[in-house]
Design a protein around this ligand. Structure first.
Ligand code: COA
Length: 618
């Protein structure tokens, strides 16, 4: 039959189409911007319960399925988790099927999860009789394939999206013609603008030019995208996207030209956003919509070089387990495809990142010692590489439980750090004698982070952190006998751990230290360090310095001394002292070169050097 005749014959009304749904059957209903609103409204008006089951993907809040009356008439089974689904299941009135989105198409098409009727929402047919699934191909295409009966809202305002995104009129049973806009602005989340912006700024250093991103929607992902305007040749392979991605395409930042698969294309399974976005995706060959078993397949994701998975979370525990799935916490997240993208990014030697504010809008810590009872882990701690909050970046990949806990505590809200530390000790993540110093003084002074070039090599200089112990250890054991002798006045072979621990557990006030770091490839090496320790009794701060042998004589010592003087002044320290071997001319020269009034007293073969941080004549 000519498809136009077929189409005309199938045009119906919701009443007629729905009358064919028999009791006890399972109905799939498309979601997001492709929710078939008109037919759904009619379906949910039903007064009588026919014991029908309803399968739903992503819905907007408030969801029509959260109504108690609806829940009495239909048993709803959701593939996505949000606060309303969470409430529904905690009252025993809804079902939730935790599953990787990439698996759902197989489960539906194989009949392992049965679908009898699919109610979908598609674009007007093209000249060959193909309608596009528009904003949502995701699991909807498979549901339509699997169902015995397909009821399709055909909407001339649904964009015609390209890719593996079509259904032919011959595959539909009832056609309901509608004409309404499909755009949707997500409700603004309860996150302060300055917090969202700080998260975006912290995050942007983890993204280099030419990376391929998976990024969801919401205030935090938007804040991340806002910070990308100075990047080049970014690509997108994602489960879903919104207006932020469109803006970066228009700005020439997202080009996809460096993508290792699907170059120059944005790959997605659904979108949500404004009318402008709907116009942007309409007939746009740059955007390929694919079902979830493709977009979310870790093996496909892993083929993207420099793949970066950016997800949000309800909370993260101190070992790095991510919960985006039933927490009871305010401002929940949605697990979506995060585990699959995290895995894919790991295989791609890329990055798996969680971005979130450190606290909920009602002030509870989103970094928790243990995951809340009854919640589901949405991403394993093995798959999480970084957590970014408004306080910085916690590096977790390849780190021990102890270092993970320390890193995460350092990006928690300062009000919660001390308690988290106690809990980490209680859990055995940290030793009983774990220093509290970094959590009792001033906050980590980000203002003392610098990039400088020495002998043609870029070095990163920053205050020391508790997790620097391993790098400090490497530095110590790299020293030659001469350096060892000059720094420690003995040719000691072993440095006890407690000594290093006290060097890295500092309060950034009376104890301060800096490391100079060189990054080559994925490895970071500490090439120099300096510190001071203030003694209240003497009002002096004792300073020490050490530079890796192959980096000596390149200006690092001079730089560190200037830095310590600057910081010391800002902390109202008046005098620095040091004990220097009389043969250590290099160190003595360094002090004299400051131009300050240096006083050196020789005791045995050691100079006790002291000087005021401010020149006396000033
Ligand atoms: C002492 C020590 C900290 C100095 O650090 P450093 O990075 O070597 O110091 P600098 O490079 O800034 O200065 C050292 C010399 O190199 C010179 N220099 C500085 N920048 C230079 C550059 N870019 N190219 C060539 N020479 C340079 C300086 O003028 C200085 O010369 P001088 O000794 O004749 O005055 C370092 O050598 C060290 O770790 N020694 C062993 C441990 C130790 O002695 N610690 C001190 C105990 S408190």
């Amino acid at each position: 039959m000519y498809w136009r005749d077929d189409y005309e014959a199938k045009v119906s009304t919701p009443k007629k189409a729905l009358a064919h749904i028999k009791p006890g059957r399972t109905i799939f209903i498309g979601g997001g911007c492709a929710t078939p609103k008109y037919v759904l409204e009619n379906l949910l008006k039903k007064e009588r319960s026919d014991d029908n089951k309803v399968l739903i993907p992503f819905t907007f809040i408030p969801s029509p399925f959260s109504d108690e009356k609806v829940q009495k008439n239909f048993r709803v089974n959701s593939f996505f988790m949000d606060s309303e689904v969470e409430q529904g299941i905690s009252k025993g009135r809804m079902d939730y099927t935790p599953m990787h989105m990439s698996e759902v198409p197989y489960m539906l098409e194989s009949g392992r999860i049965s679908v009898d009727i699919a109610i979908i929402h598609v674009s007007a047919p093209d000249m060959h009789g193909y309608c596009s699934f528009g904003t949502s191909v995701d699991i909807t295409k498979s549901a339509a394939k699997a169902a015995e009966v397909v009821i399709a809202e055909v909407n001339r305002q649904m964009p015609r999206t390209l890719g593996d995104s079509f259904i032919h009129v011959s595959e539909m049973d009832y056609i309901i013609e509608v004409d309404y806009p499909v755009e949707h602005d997500m409700d603004p989340e309860d996150v302060r603008d300055d917090i969202a912006d700080a998260i975006g700024r912290n995050m942007s250093v983890l993204i280099s030019d030419g990376s391929t991103l998976q990024v969801g929607i919401g205030k935090i992902p938007d804040a991340v995208l806002k910070q990308m305007h100075d990047k080049k040749h970014l690509g997108i392979h994602t489960e879903m996207f919104s207006d932020g991605v469109m803006e970066l395409v228009e700005a020439g930042v997202i080009t996809g030209e460096k993508k290792s698969i699907h170059p120059n294309k944005i790959i997605t399974s659904f979108v949500i956003g404004s009318q402008k976005l709907m116009e942007f995706i309409d007939n746009n060959p740059m955007i390929e919509f694919r079902p979830s078993d493709y977009t979310n397949n870790p093996i496909v994701i892993a083929q993207n070089s420099k793949m970066i998975a950016i997800n949000t979370a309800s909370c993260v525990d101190l070992s790095g387990q991510v919960v985006a799935d039933r927490t009871g916490l305010k401002d929940g997240a949605n697990p979506g495809g995060q585990a699959e993208f995290a895995r894919g990014a790991s295989y791609a030697k890329g990055r798996s990142i969680v971005v979130m504010p450190s606290s909920t809008s009602d002030g509870r810590s989103k970094i928790v010692s243990s995951i809340p009872q009854g919640s589901g882990v949405s991403m394993s701690r093995r798959d999480l590489h970084y957590v970014v909050t408004e306080y910085g970046i916690a590096h977790l990949r390849g780190r021990t439980l102890a270092n993970r806990a320390l890193e995460l505590i350092s990006v928690a809200h300062p009000d919660h750090r001390s308690q988290l530390l106690d809990e980490a000790v209680e859990l055995g993540y940290l030793p009983e004698d774990q220093s509290r110093r970094p959590y009792t003084g001033k906050p980590y002074p980000k203002e003392f982070e610098f990039n400088e070039t020495f002998a043609g090599t870029k070095l990163f200089i920053r205050p020391l952190k508790p997790t620097d112990e391993d790098m400090l250890k490497e530095l110590f054991y790299s020293f030659s006998e001469k350096t060892m002798q000059q720094r420690f006045m003995s040719t000691r072979m072993i440095q006890p751990r407690f000594e290093r621990m006290s060097q890295v557990n500092i309060d950034y006030d009376s104890t301060m230290g800096f490391g100079m770091f060189r990054k080559f490839g994925e490895k970071t090496e500490m090439v120099a360090m300096c510190d001071y320790e203030y003694d209240v009794k003497t009002s002096n701060a004792e300073v020490s310095f050490a530079v890796r042998d192959n980096w000596q004589g390149k200006g690092l010592g001079t730089y560190m001394l200037d830095l310590l003087i600057k910081v010391g002044k800002s902390r109202n320290i008046k005098t620095f002292t040091a004990e220097v071997l009389s043969t250590n001319v290099g160190m003595l020269n360094l002090f004299y070169r400051t131009g300050l009034d240096v006083n050196a007293k020789l005791e045995d073969d050691v100079y006790v050097v002291s000087f005021n941080l401010v020149k006396q004549s000033d």
